[in-house]
Design a protein around this ligand. Structure first.
Ligand SMILES: [Mn+2]
Length: 316
């Protein structure tokens, strides 16, 4: 249910700053784009301002709206911050809500502590874009093709192409409604999941080569090291979504991908829905969903591995 206070905040606001989390993804940016189209039709002013842009492979999404990475001139008159797909207030990076403005939060992370002046969290929604579509319906609006594209791309990413356990009948009904708005599913699937760089595919090969099985085949572990990135000629933008590949083996319940950064190790957890991996990530101050989560460990790779093995893998 959409809180009445949320609808009221949108009706009453005049100028909005719309933002999402650091390392933006297609759900976060898709939410910003679709929300901006809704506000535009209501005659509101808005600025989409994010900590960073999406990787170049998602330019089709970024090109649907003007997206800033610094607060632009004029934005100081904004009366409302709209924070989308962001589970904690400190996750907006450099783009910080300033005092004296109303903060409105729309998010689907169940562990969201309910921050802001008005907060709508639906932990059952597959993606924040699914909630934004609900908002369109509440305001009796049908998304235009740009908004529909942004909404569909967000759902594709957060459900892994309607494969993950967060895919509900509501998700698929929303998808069906978006097709009526003109979304071409094969084209968007190709843009979101295929159309890869050769360097990315080479990196995938090296990642698969690192495969380890643990706990009688219930846990699949893969790694990406700085060396692998060099050998493949790949960069950070080639990492998007790779962790989903840890769940492709029969009987695996938990997939873990270690990504070695220059100063820390990012650990991505994926589950078939049963073991709650957001609880696992939370042990190391991370967060996410029951089926997909992550944390960062400020240690070299061998130490980070040992920590994850000792405190998580040994208990699965
Ligand atoms: Mn999301």
């Amino acid at each position: 249910m959409i809180p009445e206070t949320l609808k009221k905040s949108i009706v009453e606001g005049r100028t909005f700053i719309i933002t999402t989390h650091v390392n933006p993804d297609a759900d976060g940016v898709g939410s910003c784009v679709a929300m901006s189209r809704l506000l535009q039709r209501m005659g509101k002013s808005f600025y989409i301002v994010n900590h960073a842009h999406l990787p170049p492979s998602f330019s089709f999404l970024e090109n649907l709206a003007e997206i800033y990475t610094e607060l632009p001139a004029g934005s100081e008159k904004a009366d409302t911050w709209l924070v989308l797909d962001t589970s904690r207030p400190d996750r907006t990076g450099r783009i910080k809500a300033s005092e004296g403005r109303k903060t409105v939060v729309i998010d689907h992370h169940a562990d969201n502590p309910r921050y802001g002046d008005v907060c709508w969290v639906d932990g059952k929604a597959s993606a924040t874009v699914e909630m934004i579509f609900e908002l369109y319906q509440a305001f009796d609006m049908v998304p235009d093709i740009e908004a529909a594209t942004a909404l569909y791309a967000g759902m594709l990413i957060d459900t892994g192409g309607f494969r993950f356990s967060n895919t509900s009948s509501k998700t698929l009904n929303t998808a069906a409604e978006l097709l009526k708005c003109g979304v071409l599913p094969h084209e968007l699937f190709r843009q979101v999941f295929l159309d890869k760089r050769a360097q990315r595919v080479k990196l995938e090969g090296l990642m698969y080569n690192s495969l380890e099985m643990h706990r009688d085949g219930r846990v699949c572990v893969m790694s990406i090291t700085q060396d692998m990135l060099k050998i493949a000629g790949a960069n950070e933008s080639d990492l998007e979504g790779l962790s989903n590949n840890t769940l492709t083996i029969k009987d695996v319940q938990v997939g873990i991908l270690f990504i070695e950064n220059p100063n820390n190790v990012k650990v991505c957890f994926r589950s078939d829905g049963k073991p709650n991996v957001s609880e696992m990530a939370a042990i190391f101050d991370g967060g996410g969903h029951a089926a997909a989560s992550g944390c960062t460990i400020n240690e070299p790779l061998p130490m980070a591995r040992k920590k994850i093995f000792d405190s998580i893998i040994s208990g699965i």
